[in-house]
Design a binder for this molecule. Sequence first.
Ligand code: HEM
Length: 412
Amino acid sequence: MENLSRRKALTLGVALGLAGAAAPVPVWASAGPAAGTAGTGALTEAGAGAAAGPGPEWIWDDAADPLMARMIEGGHVPAINRAWESWVNNNDPIPGGLPSDFAAYLTQVNRLPSWADQTKLARAADFNRRRDTYLFMLYGLGSGIMSTVIPREAKSVYWSAGGADMQDRAAKTFTFGYDLSELGAFKPTGQFVVTANKTRVVHAAVRHLLPQSPHWKAVADESIPISAADILVTFHSLGTYVHQKLLEWRIPYPAADQEAFLHMWQVAVHLLGVPYEHIPKTWAEALAQSRQVLTPVLSPSTEGIRLAEDLLGLTAQVDLGVTRGFLNEFVRYVLSDQVGDWLGLRRDYAAAALVRTAWPAFILFREGLSPVMPSTFYMFDQFIRALAMLFLNKGSSGTTTPITIPTGNRPG
Ligand code: HEM
């Protein structure tokens, strides 16, 4: 049984481009938390070396969780959501009208860690700009749909308030990706530090709310959602997955870009509250961790199947220039047929053949590696633009969707 599931995981890993040569694996399968320790505090910084305390599966967010429990119980969330609407840029002052302990928390966390390297972050921003098409497709259709076969994530997303309106949720998540990928994202005039801190607070609220959902409790295999380990799993479904795909697709991707892209994600994951010592230091370490903690957990769930259908169904509202069969096959192409089968994505063999030949040709032409413009070039181009518009502003014109703290769960 053990061997069977290991083999399954490995096959899937190969399909997703997540498997590879063995690299040193950081210690994860640690014992439970020492008596009386709920976690190690989320603001640990600077070279703590190998994790000596509890593993990330026993770490949530000591700084934000108790605070958000108080904010929710005290009925302060609607006021916070109103007050922080205008809090957007990294150098905006902490807004007025917030409960004082909440304002004090934001003042403490709304900064880059001391190890953040502005040179690497600037390079990452430039890389994001140069590679935006691939990143967009991979995050959107690869990572986005992969999140529906990470059962813990799918169950918490489905049963939290946002699960009832996937277009809104997808748009909010897109805000995160957009702010992260902006040219000056981490600069004082950028917006990512604020967006990451809003997200961290939303996760803290979810940790308080979801355990009160009878629906979530009936299907969850944990008592508190979104541990640091879960956040790292999601990081692998985003950053590590995309990194591997770019290599697999042979997109020009020099070492300095790779390093910068990793650094950007390290800072992002840290801003979400994951202690420094648990964040992979190299791509080799990230890949090893991904094989250990992401690949084996991928599997279908009732919630995940519904979320995937919701997400892919959204695109039916706008003309993407392609059919739903094409979309299904693109997802199969970037995530494997096994994932496509789990999610019940209807086959369209003509579209499958098209994707498998036209997408590599599209890449070669875009990269100047082939002078032949594929006849499908504009189809892909239109497809990408329409998807971007759909998620960026829900299909209408406007700006990104603001992130708000939920006050309850999905009713049923
Ligand atoms: C909310 C990003 C990890 C579950 C959010 C939001 C963002 C986000 C931007 C706010 C927008 C919204 O409300 O939808 C991320 C990133 C992660 C991560 C970048 C890791 C790198 C996780 C994990 C889980 C999770 C590991 C669960 C296992 C949720 C839930 C919400 C949420 C339930 C609240 C949705 C609601 O309002 O009901 N996340 N997340 N997230 N996230 Fe995450």
